[in-house]
Structures are given as C-alpha cells and as structure tokens.
Design a protein around this ligand. Structure first.
Ligand SMILES: [Zn+2]
Length: 392
C-alpha cells in the first residue's frame, strides 16, 4: 500500500478512537463530539453549521466541502450510539481497542466508522479542485427513531442547490443497499371501569377491550402477509405489524380499569403506514370504543404516536446514482432495519442509498467491532467517490 493511504488509514483509526471516546449514548448530549468535529474541520478552513434541538444539548452538524451553488453529495452519519451496559465487554466500551485486525468499541461499526473515514478524507479533499460539493451530515438521536436528522434534512432541502444524492454510512460491509423499510410505532391507552371482580358484568374491562384491539392488529398483519403489498428484495417481503408491549390491571380480584399497549408497523417504503394506522384507529373507535362508551362514559381508547420514520425507496435510476455505481456496480438488496435514508428521500426529496463500513451484525451488541479492512475499503470508496468530482 502506498504511503499516503497509510497516513489516511492512520488518520481514520485515530479519529475513530476520538469519536468512540465520546459517550454519545442517545440519552446523553452529543455536543462534545460535535464541537470536536467542528474544531477539526475549522483547522482545514471548513465552516460547520450546528442545528440544535430545543434543549440545546444536542446538535446536528452540517459542513460543506467544495463549491457552493452546485448540487452535491451528502455523506450521512449519526453520532449517537445505543447503550453499552452489557457486562460482557472485554475492553472498555468507550475506548477503541485493537485486537486481531479489529477495532472494538461502542459505535465502531454503528456508525462512527463511516464518520471517521469521511473526516479522515478532509485533509486530502481540501486540496482537491472539487467540481461538486460534499456535505458532511452528522445527526443526533438516530437510535431512538431517526428524530434528529429531520431539521438537518429540512436545511439541506431548502438550499438553493440541494444535494442530488445521499450516502447513508450505516454498516453494510460496503455493499450498496437500495431500500429500507419505514416504521411507525404507537402507544394505546384503554380506560375501563374498576370494581370487585365478582361484579364483573357491571364493569368495563380495559384488558379485554385491549385484547380485542390487539386481535384487530394481528388480523391486519395476517392480511399483509397474505395479500401484500410485496417486495421480494426484502428478507421479509411484506409489511409487518405486531403488538410489542402490554401492561394492565392491578389485582387478581379487580376488574382492570386501565391497560396500555404498544404496537408497530414496519412497512415497505411505498406502503402508506399512516393510512393503515388511521384505518385501524377508525375501526377501533367505531366498534370497540363505541361499545365501551355505551356501557360507561369516560371509558374508551386513546392513541399516541411514539415516533415514525419513512422507508427508503429505490433510487438506483437517479442520475446521480452513477457516482456510486461507477465504483460499486452491484446492488445488494434492501434491509428491514431503520436508517435516516428514508428521511433524506421522503422528507428532503434527496435520492439515498445505504453503504458503509462494518457489519450490522456487530451493532447493538457487547464487543461491537469494525474490521480495519472495512475502514480501508470505505476510505478507498470515499477517495474514488470524491475523485470523480475533481474538475477536469
Ligand atoms: Zn446506525
């Protein structure tokens, strides 16, 4: 390997160590990391835009390298990580540790590896005469429902020349992923009336009404399984819907007054989850809720959206996709886990693909790692991607 590549790799590993050392578990502030990146970019004369959340404790960072006024390519990474509370970590989770060609640490794969690679390219990028810009997009609160990235995508979409493509660097072993399911999750409260269970017919049983609603959800899920819509590029080729948590009741001899449950739909990008939820809600209100209210006032259902993010559709026929397909011609399919790609695509109208170093299998687990060879591959990809943009 040639010398400049070695220094690039060295840089990336060094930067990854610094990024991992910030405990950016989603419940924490990410400002330490964001300020570190801002200062690093400033050393190369690159200005960062920080877009804070309403608490001021978290921020997205948006930085443009290259010319303004030309549509470019967004490189997207989330800064937050899932908790590292497992007791089976063999080295400290927030201290990057190398063993056998692998770098261990929370976020090494998901997904500080990609961000470190993008940052490691900066010293070279500022020397290149770029024809199109690259927008570094670092977000907060991805792991808790792609919450942070929206305000940054709004900012990008409002530019005179929004990006023409986004590369979401979630770990795919540097394979190109051209679709991702969306998710919509809901909390449902069911209020009945309490009383001694021996007088049950006089009461409105919250758990029993909840269970009837849960049945409707399961029926709907079976409908998707049988009738689609289908997309065979997904491992589970249809939308899925299920109840995920439930709690209710107070004692074995009391008619339950309250029951709460959560459910989610993970939907194909083109499947309208909002319409599914609205339809389901209307059915429940027209039947179960009406039946409850006929027995007693102040009973019934309440619905609360927990969060949603859109699915990411296939953009491989977008012109700008050639920037990626020139380097990685093969398309490796679609994934059911979430990413910010859907927000870029649906909210920002920016065609998106997922491609990043490391494996999703190592994510969200103790002893998360990324192989050094994956960092090398990502650096080569970013080098080739940005080289295509050099003015002739
Ligand atoms: Zn991730």
């Amino acid at each position: 390997m040639s010398k400049p590549n070695m220094s690039r790799l060295h840089n990336a590993i060094d930067l990854l160590g610094k990024l991992v050392a910030f405990d950016t578990t989603s419940k924490n502030s990410n400002l330490g990391l964001i300020h570190f990146v801002r200062d690093y970019l400033a050393e190369y004369g690159i200005e960062s835009i920080l877009i804070h959340d309403e608490t001021g404790q978290k921020a997205n960072l948006l930085a443009t390298i290259g010319p303004k006024g030309v549509p470019g390519i967004a490189l997207s990474g989330h800064t937050d990580v899932v908790p590292a509370l497992e007791t089976t970590w063999e080295s400290p989770a927030f201290e990057l540790t190398e063993r056998d060609g692998k770098l261990y640490g929370r976020g090494a794969a998901d997904m500080k590896g990609f961000s470190a690679c993008a940052l490691a390219m900066i010293p070279e990028l500022v020397k290149r005469d770029l024809e199109i810009p690259f927008h570094l997009c670092l977000s907060y609160d991805e792991e808790v429902g792609c919450i942070g990235v929206g305000s940054m995508v709004d900012h990008l979409a409002a530019m005179d020349t929004p990006p023409r493509l986004a590369v979401i660097g979630e770990p795919t072993n540097m394979k190109v992923i051209n679709g991702q399911k969306g998710k919509y999750s809901m909390r449902v409260g069911v209020t009945g009336t309490a009383g001694h269970s021996s007088f049950a017919p006089n009461h409105v049983n919250a758990i029993e009404y909840a269970s009837r609603a849960i049945n409707l959800i399961a029926e709907k899920a079976r409908e998707f399984e049988e009738n689609g819509p289908f997309d065979e590029d997904f491992t589970v080729p249809h939308s899925t819907m299920l109840t995920t948590t439930i709690s209710g009741g107070t004692a074995t001899n009391v008619t339950p007054e309250y029951c709460e449950f959560t459910f989610e739909i993970r939907h194909l990008p083109e499947h309208d989850a909002e319409a599914v939820i609205a339809g389901l809600q209307a059915t429940i209100m027209d039947t179960l809720d009406a039946e409850m209210k006929a027995k007693a006032d102040d009973t019934g259902f309440s619905f609360e959206k927990i969060f949603s993010y859109p699915g990411m559709g296939d953009c491989t026929d977008a012109e700008a996709f050639s920037y990626v397909s020139n380097i990685i011609p093969e398309i490796s399919g679609k994934v059911s886990y979430g990413s910010e790609g859907g927000v870029f695509e649906k909210q920002g109208n920016i065609p998106s693909i997922i491609c990043g170093p490391g494996s999703i299998r190592q994510a969200h687990k103790p002893n998360e790692f990324i192989e050094i060879s994956q960092i090398e591959e990502c650096l080569e990809f970013l080098d080739a991607l940005t080289n295509q943009a050099i003015a002739a």
